[in-house]
Every structure is written in structure tokens, then in C-alpha cells.
Design a binder for this molecule. Structure first.
Ligand code: TMP
Length: 253
């Protein structure tokens, strides 16, 4: 069998050439990293959970008319997505103060924000993904003003959708990060939600107890990350009852 071509290996996912031009296979690894990969672990089952959860969120977004790169899930660890040119930004939306913003501005974690706050970080691991302003983005040409208008609108629609979905299962969406890709349809280009949406890239707190159900469990050594992600997946009905995420990956090479 022909070996497929690896395009890129990131911290949590590997990308392979897809079966058709313009497609990519996204493989979700079990690797967890935090603090710019200073802290690392392999958490069995995390890739399966994030694959299923990202499918769930991206499918929901596609259904309500927010364009994403998601085409279909292939198996427990892989999904077929549209190839995009990535905008080199991490787009963060915050509803409550937490993490780096709480620290930077001296706020208590959990303080409700007067409105959703959107932040941009330059996607550059060597620099530790620094916070940048729209001035930097325009001056250095990372995205145009039209792109930024579209990105803001996408980010806020994702926020409303995800906040509602999570509220429906008793979870508060504190903040999240998305990445944006550019695709070309004939002569037109448009921006779509790409990468993944999972508890790796969100802060999710149980509304009743405040229990953290996201990657902070790993960052802050708060217990089992798989248990936390399984709780999210079970509440959303993404994990069939009794199913276990501890499925060995299909061999891919
Ligand atoms: P922060 O408070 O650490 O800046 O994180 C804000 C949100 O972005 C939080 O939901 C976690 C997510 N995030 C990522 O997805 N990747 C990252 O590299 C970082 C630092 C945060």
C-alpha cells in the first residue's frame, strides 16, 4: 500500500495529503502540551475525544451557516478537511476573565466581562504566540482590514453558537481559541473556521460546581484529562453510552 504524504506535524495533530486535491486528512494525536510545549504528556484517548468533539462543533457550525473546513470524520482519529491557507493568528474570544488575560490585567478568574473580548495572538511557537493588536496585523500584512471584519464576525458567531450549545449541557464557555483558513472558490476567496474546536482550545466550566472540563486540568494538574473530556462528550451525546475513548488508533502508515 502506498505510504501517504505527511504535510505537517503539529503538537496535537498531524496533517496528511487527502484523497482529492484541496483536501487534507487531520489525525488527532494523544499528545498534550502546555506552556509552549514546556509541559508534555501522552494522554491515551485524548485524540479520539477531540476528533469526535471537533466534528460535533464544526458540523453544528456548518449547519447554521458558519463555514468551516470540516468535510467528514473518517475514523476514530481522523477527519477529512478542506485544505486552507492559514491566517497566522490565534483568535481568542473571552466571555469571563481567565488564564493569561486574568493574569495580565490582575482580574479574578471567572469575572464576567462587560462584553465578549476578542484578542489576537501571532501564531509563532518560537515567540510563544505573542498577543498582537490590529495595528500589527495591518502593518505587517498578516490579514487585511476586510479579513479582520470577517474574522471578528466569524469569531462572534462561533462564540454565540458554542456558548449556547455548552449552556444546554450545563457548561459555561469561559473562552476559546479558533484558527482561520482562507479558501478559494473560483475567483472568490473566503475565510472559514479551520484547525479544531475541542476542550484543548476552550475553557469549559461546569455551571453547577465550577469544575474545569478543559485543558486547564492538564496545565494545572487538576486530575484526569480524559475524564474531563469524556464528561463533555457524554453530556453532548457525542460519546455513545458505555463507549470508551481508549481505542487504539487504526494504523495509518
Ligand atoms: P490563555 O488565557 O492562556 O491566553 O488562553 C485563552 C484560550 O485560548 C483558552 O481557551 C485556551 C486557548 N489556547 C489555545 O487553544 N492554545 C494556546 O496555545 C493557548 C495559550 C491558549
Amino acid at each position: 500500500m502506498a505510504r501517504r504524504k505527511k504535510i505537517y506535524e503539529g503538537k496535537a495533530k498531524t496533517l496528511y495529503e487527502g484523497p482529492e486535491p484541496g483536501t487534507i486528512i487531520q489525525y488527532f494525536k494523544d499528545d498534550a502540551t502546555a506552556f509552549n510545549a514546556e509541559k508534555k504528556a501522552v494522554i491515551e484517548g485524548k485524540g479520539v475525544l477531540n476528533n469526535m468533539l471537533s466534528e460535533y462543533f464544526m458540523t453544528g457550525l456548518n449547519t447554521i451557516g458558519v463555514p468551516t473546513h470540516f468535510i467528514k470524520r473518517i475514523n476514530m482519529r481522523e477527519q477529512l478537511v478542506r485544505a486552507c491557507e492559514m491566517v497566522p493568528l490565534e483568535v481568542i474570544v473571552r466571555n469571563f476573565a481567565a488564564g493569561s488575560m486574568a493574569k495580565r490585567l490582575g482580574m479574578d478568574e471567572g469575572t464576567q466581562l462587560p462584553r465578549p473580548i476578542v484578542e489576537y495572538c501571532l501564531k509563532d511557537d518560537k515567540l510563544g504566540d505573542p498577543l498582537v493588536t490590529e495595528e500589527h496585523i495591518a502593518a505587517f500584512g498578516w490579514a487585511s482590514q476586510q479579513d479582520m471584519d470577517d474574522i471578528l464576525s466569524l469569531a462572534l458567531r462561533v462564540n454565540d453558537f458554542l456558548s449556547g450549545v455548552m449552556f444546554g449541557v450545563g457548561i459555561r464557555l469561559v473562552d476559546f481559541k479558533i484558527e482561520i483558513g482562507r479558501v478559494y472558490d473560483g475567483d472568490f476567496q473566503r475565510l472559514i473556521v479551520a484547525d479544531e474546536i475541542s476542550p484543548d482550545s476552550c475553557r469549559l466550566w461546569d455551571i453547577a460546581t465550577g469544575r474545569k472540563l478543559d485543558k486547564d486540568v492538564f496545565r494545572r494538574d487538576l486530575g484526569s484529562l480524559t475524564d474531563a473530556y469524556t464528561e463533555v462528550a457524554t453530556r453532548l451525546g457525542v460519546m455513545p453510552k458505555g463507549a470508551t475513548p481508549m481505542v487504539r488508533p487504526t494504523l495509518i502508515n
